[in-house]
Structures are given as C-alpha cells and as structure tokens.
Design a protein around this ligand. Structure first.
Ligand code: PRP
Ligand code: MG
Length: 212
C-alpha cells in the first residue's frame, strides 16, 4: 500500500500546531525536525518538511498529496488548489497598512502610490477588482520597515497580534482577507491515497470538535 505524502511547514508559525494536530489524530513521527522527510508509525503516511512558499507548487505537481498550509499562501501561490478542511489555528489577516500619520484610509487612497509586500499576487487581485493602479515592490520579509526607509507609502502583509504594525508606527487601513491553516489537497492525488486522506480528515474533524 502506498503512503500518503503530507507536507507541513518546516519552521515558522504553522509548524508546531501542524505537528500537534498530526499527533492528536494519532500520527506520531519518529524523528526530529532535522530530517526533511519522516514516516509515521502505525499509519501509511510520510511527512515532508518544506518551506511554506514552496508547498503550493509541490501540491500542483503532485510531489506531495496533501499539506497543512495557510490559506493565505494558497491564495497567493496556488489559487487552483483546493482545501478540504479549515484547521482553526494560525488565524491571521492579510492587511494594508500605512504610517500612522498618513491620510490614506483605504486601498483606494494608495492609487498611484508604492506598496511593499510579500503577497504581490494577492494585492494585484484586489487592486484589479477595485480598478486601482499602484506600484508594487516585492519584499520577502520585514515588510513593515518599508515605509520607514522611504521605500513605500503603504504595505500589505500578515497581521496576527498587530504588534509588528504597532512597533513600526503603522496602522491597518484595510483587511484584504482572513486566513487560517487548512488541509489542502493535490489535484493529482490518487484514489488510493485519497482514501487515506479521508481517514485523516475524519480524525481531524473529531479532534477539532473536541477542541471547541
Ligand atoms: C510575520 C508577518 C508580519 C508579522 C505579523 O512576520 O510577516 O510581519 O509576522 O505578526 P504580528 O501581527 O503578531 O506582529 P515574521 O515575524 O514571520 O517575519 P518575516 O516577515 O521577516 O518573515
Ligand atoms: Mg513580517
């Protein structure tokens, strides 16, 4: 019988809760995080530890069959990938923010201005929907510093506690989307592995019910 290959974030905010939910549904992993791949005991599952941003492509290609990933990453990089379950953790917003003293009150007010972000496709989509023209600067981290160093008039990034915005003297002016961790599925998953995934999904549903 072939194993279901499931991707989780290698390191970062989703990692711990992802491993916890796997453990809670009875999938225990033998090794530590140093390995990039690990087989589960007592269950036909292999866990792949990957970079968040790489996971949508692996799902598209069918290199992994399923993944625990932030919905926001799917929206940015894999809009054609479906998810079967919301997992209730890693809740966050993807928001537009500007310096506290800025007059801008919404995305519209950034027309003709510069927006720094790690989520260019998401911002493009919203700009297009609202028929706004703005200049995008893609940055891969520490996006909130961009207005302070004169690189941008506004930013679009993840907001969780809001502390990074606060520390950088920024205010949120528009929430583009709300996100949480989800169980995503490769469009190329085989019937046999889909059956294993269904079992996992069923167990996850029971665990989530118990948590509420
Ligand atoms: C993430 C995200 C925001 C921040 C939001 O950054 O990019 O900057 O967390 O969380 P908060 O609202 O609770 O402050 P992270 O710390 O992961 O670093 P990075 O942007 O450099 O990757
Ligand atoms: Mg950040």
């Amino acid at each position: 019988m072939s194993n279901l290959r499931i991707a989780v974030q290698k390191s970062g905010r989703l990692n711990e809760d992802s491993m916890r939910i796997l453990k809670d549904i009875g999938i225990s992993i033998d090794n530590g995080k140093d390995q990039l791949k690990a087989a589960a005991r007592d269950f036909p599952v292999e866990v792949f530890y990957l970079r968040n941003g790489d996971i949508p492509q692996y799902l598209k290609d069918g290199v992994v069959d399923a993944a625990i990933i932030g919905e926001n990453v799917l929206i940015e990089k894999g809009s054609d990938i479906e998810f079967v379950e919301r997992l209730g953790f890693s809740k966050c917003k993807v928001s537009i923010a500007v310096p506290k003293d800025s007059n801008a009150n919404s995305l519209k007010d950034l027309a003709g201005k510069r927006i720094a972000t790690s989520y260019p496709e998401t911002v493009k989509k919203f700009l297009k929907e609202q028929n706004i023209d703005a200049q995008l600067h893609q940055i891969n981290g520490s996006v909130e510093i961009a207005p302070n160093i004169g690189l941008a008039d506004g930013i679009c990034d993840i907001v969780s506690s809001g502390s990074t915005l606060f520390k950088n003297g920024l205010k949120e002016i528009e929430v583009l989307l709300k996100s949480e961790a989800v169980l995503a599925v490769s469009p190329k998953i085989s019937e046999e592995r889909k059956a294993i995934l269904n079992k996992i999904q069923f167990r996850i549903q029971s665990v989530l019910k118990g948590r509420n």
